[in-house]
Write a protein that binds this ligand. Structure first.
Ligand code: MN
Length: 231
């Protein structure tokens, strides 16, 4: 028995690839621009820009995704997801991968119109990034089994038409750098996820669209976009 005034919220979790085990999710950090997009924001390697989603935004990347409210620009961003398995603070780059339990492929779903509106007036991004179901993620592949990917195709298509394709080796910040940088800002905890940025080609989704996406050697998935709620 506990003395909580009500039952604590259930913990978010993801399947572990090839196992009945589940990975318990603590927090979800996301990295902004981490591939060259060929636009005016190109090639700027300053301090990596982190933001967050709540753990409640994490869902399995299967079946039908809810179309979120309050947007006319519901956008896909395919990303490598890093799953932290060991606590750490001020981790150096050389030891960063020791803190990585595994990897997955995920979508940093974004209400782009809300993001643009927030940026325009200097408001926080949360309404654009932190909605329910905004982080569909594949089962986590343990690094103890498959190692740490340095390269591998990352792609996304909608209704059979490819929209995003790059390679993990094109990331501006490596996984070691990301883990180290983030750990100087906060104490990383086992269970934290880090979404590591998306290649160019992000675009809006419509109800009924079918997404096929993945990362070579890590995971592939298909999801369908559900209908908009009647308002
Ligand atoms: Mn993103």
């Amino acid at each position: 028995m506990s003395n909580f005034v009500f039952e604590p919220t259930r913990i978010a979790s993801l399947p572990v690839s090839g196992s009945d085990a589940r990975f318990p999710v603590a927090r979800v950090f996301c990295l902004g621009r981490n591939y060259h997009w060929g636009d005016s924001l190109n090639a700027v390697r300053e301090v990596p820009a982190f933001f967050m989603k709540p753990s409640t935004s994490v869902i399995d990347a299967t079946g039908e995704l809810d179309f979120p409210t309050q947007t006319d620009q519901f956008c896909h961003e395919i990303e490598l997801v890093v799953a932290i398995g060991k606590d750490g603070f001020e981790i150096n780059e050389e030891q960063a991968l020791e803190h990585v339990w595994g990897y997955a492929a995920g979508l940093d779903l974004t209400r782009r119109d809300l993001q643009m509106a927030a940026k325009a007036i200097g408001n926080p991004w949360e309404p654009a990034k932190a909605f329910d179901g905004s982080a569909p993620i594949t089962p986590i592949v343990p690094a103890s089994r498959d190692g740490h990917p340095r390269q591998g195709a990352i792609w996304l298509s909608v209704n059979g038409v490819e929209r995003q394709r790059s390679d993990l080796e094109s990331q501006i910040w490596s996984v070691s750098e990301i883990v180290s940088q983030l750990s100087h800002s906060v104490s990383l905890r086992a269970g934290d996820l880090i979404m590591t940025g998306t290649p160019p080609g992000v675009a809006a989704l419509e109800a009924g669209d079918v997404i096929n996406a993945g990362i070579s050697g890590i995971g592939e998935f298909e999801v369908r976009i559900g209908s908009r709620r009647a308002s």
